[in-house]
Design a binder for this molecule. Sequence first.
Ligand code: MN
Length: 199
Amino acid sequence: MSFKLPDLPYEYDALEPYIDARTMEIHHSKHHAAYTNNLNNLIAGTEAENLTIEQILAGVSKYPIGVRNNGGGFYNHNLFWTNLSPNGGGKPDGDLMKAIETEFGSFEAFKEKFSTAAATRFGSGWAWLIVSGGKLTVTSSPNQDNPLMDIAEVKGTPILALDVWEHAYYLNYQNRRPEYIDAFWHLVDWSEVAGRYRG
Ligand code: MN
C-alpha cells in the first residue's frame, strides 16, 4: 500500500483573496506532494507499509526521523485542506459551539487563544484545536509534528489545523504571519470541524 496525494476539494484560486492561487498550487503540488512521495519511499518494504497513517503516527518514535517529518507532513496537510472552504468563516453551532464556550468562555476567546498559539509558534509548525480526554484544547507543534504522535507534548485528536510554515503564506503576506492568521478565520469550514468533533 502507498499513500496518495489527495486532490484539493476546490480549485487553487478558490480561497482568494485570503490565500492566493500560486501559494495553494505550490503548497499542494510541490510541498504536500513531496511529503507524500518521501513517506512512501521511506516505508516501502517495511512493516509500516501495512499501517494506516494514524497507526504510523501513534508509533512514530520507532521509525527514522524522516517518517516523523514526512508522515506528519502528509497527514497535517490532508487535514488542513479539508478544514478550509471558499464558503467557510463565521462560527460553529450546535455541540461544537457549546463545547468551545464551555472550555474557552466564548468563541472570541477561543479564536484569540488559537491565533496566539499560531502567532507565537517560533519558526515552522502548526496550531491545533484537539479533543483530548473528551475536552477541547488549543496547542501548537514544531515542524510537521502533530498531536497524534507518541512524541507529542500535548496529545489528542486534531479537529482544526493551521499551517504556519512560511511556505503557507510568504508569497502574499511575507513576514506578516498575523495577517495570514486573520485571513484563515474567513476560510474555516465549521461543518467539517464539527463532523470531526462528533467523531
Ligand atoms: Mn505546509
